[in-house]
Design a protein around this ligand. Structure first.
Ligand code: ADP
Length: 399
């Protein structure tokens, strides 16, 4: 067991995800998930040293959930005595204008996170539950908030502002905060190290169930695709991404839909899921390959064309904003694993001299790797993101 570890906590509305991280190596020494908090029956899964423990029990609230997690550490290992936890890192979705980096959680910081709840009504209240119970149960170590928006606080006004009437925008804090910032920052820094250059013009494509793109020049973000909320930008598993806001007015007029209904439609029932019935890319590719169902096949192919075209548009516009492009990095579930999405994007960019190495692209590996041909104008890299490690390292600085 390393002498210093960090417990990383991601507290959601009905779940607590946790990982005990060695911030030196990035190893996850233990991890787990408490699910269905508040339901009649909850589930806790704890993994340590290759052994997986799953327990079903009622978990009425986050306090009970966190107590059970600490109990599992003691019964299944590593015990808290041997774990060497020197800090707890809390993932926080929305840090608004207050936080441009990690913050030691004091009562004042906690209140600021609470103040930001209107900007992240689903996430920040859930994070606060996790913070409160973890601070109470582990009072001897620093608790550190790491914000998903912090990296993008450096965005220049030209990309952070909407062309909305200024008074309304300022009064209601309407601007682009971005999201997945911890991942974009981590990956862009690691790529600079890997390629040995700090002057890179980079595009990072974080393609998971939620998906976002960022443009990073000399280590600083200059644009990103998510906005006030994670709805803006790329097409996603269940989100529309960019859509004409007038669609909201239209649906209200012609379909009598309420704002709440449109919110659910855009965030939970659209994207890949809404266009094909499946949000997982593996299922969508299976539909595309299935000649026995030509109707579903065509629908899936069309959805995939929309998905890839959105990527092409963002890469094109970010290249113009960056004034050139050195590297595109693919990360998260789809970015790291979807061979076809990477190939189709590269093919669309071939008129600009982008060339993928077909074999390198196909190779299965969890390691960072270059997948472009040596004579490609832009390097294409697959780099596994590790948000827990990034949070652990930022939290360690306060230990
Ligand atoms: P989240 O946004 O939930 O953190 P992830 O980064 O874990 O998402 O990505 C999950 C998505 O990754 C899945 O919905 C699926 O579309 C995609 N994915 C995972 N493995 C593969 C694979 N082998 N091929 C294609 N897509 C994959």
């Amino acid at each position: 067991m390393p002498s210093q570890t960090v417990l990383v906590i991601n507290s959601g509305s009905s779940s607590i995800k946790y990982q005990l991280v060695d911030p030196e190596t990035g190893d996850a020494l233990a991890k787990g998930l408490v699910e269905r908090i508040g339901d009649p029956m909850g589930v806790i899964t704890h993994t340590h040293g290759g052994a997986v423990t799953e327990e079903e029990m009622p978990v009425p609230d986050h306090t009970v959930g966190m107590r059970e997690v600490l109990r599992l550490f003691d019964t299944e290992g590593p015990t808290l005595a041997e774990a060497g936890i020197v800090a707890v890192g809390h993932r926080i979705v929305q840090g608004g204008r207050h936080f441009d980096g990690p913050a030691l959680i004091t009562d004042g910081v906690r209140d600021l996170i609470e103040e930001l709840c209107p900007l992240a009504p689903l996430h920040n209240p859930a994070h606060l539950k996790g913070i409160d119970v973890a601070r109470e149960l582990m009072p001897g170590v620093p608790h550190v908030a790491v914000f998903d928006t912090a990296f993008f606080q450096q965005l220049p006004d030209r990309s952070a502002l909407y062309a909305l009437e200024t008074e309304t925008a300022e009064k209601y804090s309407v601007r682009r905060y971005g999201a997945h910032g911890t991942s974009h920052q981590f990956v862009s820094q690691e790529i600079a190290k890997m390629l040995g250059r700090d002057d890179l013009k980079q595009i990072v494509l974080h393609l998971g169930n939620g998906a976002s793109a960022s443009a990073v020049r000399c280590g600083k973000p200059i644009d990103t695709s998510m906005g006030l909320t994670p709805l803006e930008g790329l097409m996603m598993g269940t989100r529309t991404g960019d859509i004409d806001p007038a669609v909201v007015f239209h649906l209200e007029r012609v379909a009598g839909m309420s704002v709440g209904e449109v919110d659910t439609l855009f965030n939970k029932k659209s994207g890949m899921k809404g266009m094909t019935g499946e949000s997982d890319m593996r299922s969508v590719w299976a539909m595309i390959d299935n000649d026995d169902d030509p109707v579903a096949q065509k629908r899936a192919r069309t959805a995939m064309d929309v998905y890839v075209n959105r990527l092409v548009k963002y890469v094109g516009s970010y290249t113009a904003e960056l004034g050139g492009l050195d590297v595109i990095t693919f990360t998260a579930g789809i970015g790291e694993n979807d061979v076809h999405v990477r190939r189709e994007l590269a093919e669309a960019l071939s008129p600009f001299g982008v060339k993928i190495d077909v074999e390198a692209n196909k190779a299965r590996s969890g390691e960072p790797r270059v997948i472009s041909a040596p004579d490609s104008t832009v390097e294409l890299v697959v780099f596994p993101t590790n948000e827990e490690l990034a949070i652990a390292r930022q939290a360690l600085a306060f230990a």
